[in-house]
Design a protein around this ligand. Sequence first.
Ligand code: AMP
Ligand code: ZN
Length: 474
Amino acid sequence: MPDAPTPEFRLYNTMTRQVEPFAPTDGRMVRMYTCGPTVYNPAHLGNFRTFLFEDLFRRALRLQGWSVHQVMNLTDVDDKIIKRALERGLTIQALTDPVVETFHADRAYLRIEDAEDYPRATAYIPEMIALVERLIANGVAYLADDGSVYFAIDKFDGYGRLSRLDRREVRSGARVAQDEYSKENAQDFALWKAAKEEDERTGAAWDSPWGRGRPGWHLECSAMAMALLGETLDVHCGGIDLVFPHHEDEIAQSEGATGREFSRFWCHGAFLLTDGQKMAKRLGNVSNVQGLRDEGVTGAAYRHVVFSTHYRKELNLSADALEASLSAVRRVGEFAQRLAAATGGTPELAAAADEAEREFRAALADDLNAPEAMAALFVFIKRANAELDRHGSDAAGLAAARRTFALMDGVLDLVPEAAPEDAELARWVEERLAARRDARARRDFAASDAIRDELAARGVEIKDTPQGTTWQRR
Ligand code: AMP
Ligand code: ZN
């Protein structure tokens, strides 16, 4: 069967505030930079909402026929990391190494594919220094009397373009040294910070032309993005909170050095909320991937929760949503098993597969509409189950269904891990169903009913159809 036609890929661009056609510059490989975690604490479920949207994005790009070079940085030096290291009497490296490990383990649990590169900021200090030198040479950065180097925002015309800053809010000449600062004011921001005693004590200081110091947070992303992906990216992603100041400052630093557009598209995911509150690490009520593991929430179920809401809409995480997603992915898992075990299909199954693939591709190409893509999957499962109930013998129909399901699950990745007890349960159910068939053949309906009750007691529901008895877990 021919592939469904590939629809035009469209994406919302924060720079223009519009949905626009998107394709990689070279027509083949998407160069994608995604701001990664600050590794002082395990990432929380809000961070992972953003990383999951980026995972869906890269898989959707590949479905579209492109390859992807994704870079995700690991911020392993910043104000928060130094403060925490100091409290614990550690170097920043001793503090961040285990957190990086946890990040990758958590990511694997959520089936977030490997990016092509995970650069650590501390491994790119020479590139950062070179970038600051370029900015000074271009007259958009200056060494201040506190020994730090600042970016002069009034020397760079495009400042505020991404976040649509009103020029009146720009406080020309006022300086800010913190990595994160108030959204109300735009001020000259630190590119390179003169080392303080605590930086030296935690191993967070390096030699530079301006003396001992360390990079500002924004600088690292510009330096690593350009080192690994070139001066103009196809797309730069992150959570919506990064638009200002982080991405605004990345643009200033990169374009102030190269004179070229830094990224063709800017793509931002909305926040995950719990009870209407921003799930920030400092609120202390955070739930992370360890919490999911402890509660028995599979990675597949959390993916389902996240993909149920469009990435540009806020998502409220609730226990009810997690429950609903757990049972939704169980349905997907049961369907996967049934499809694998089936021996034939129907021509209608092929038609259902075709339609599902078309809808699925169209949904993802329409600004990554994951809820609609999932709807296409679940409609397909329903229709395919009905067709499989007919126990047809059409091999092409079955092959089409398998191919389409693999294609959709290759993007969504929603089949839950089969627990060992599932296989054991399946064997026991099959044995009980055989016993029930024998009982019914002898017209011993009391025994047959007793077996139905026995199955129900273990959460197994059965249905008698003209083709035989089917079962599922409640
Ligand atoms: P951080 O570790 O704070 O630098 O954040 C890593 C990524 O998670 C960034 O892209 C943030 O924008 C994103 N992020 C932080 N909090 C949330 C949240 N509550 N919901 C969604 N994304 C978030
Ligand atoms: Zn960044």
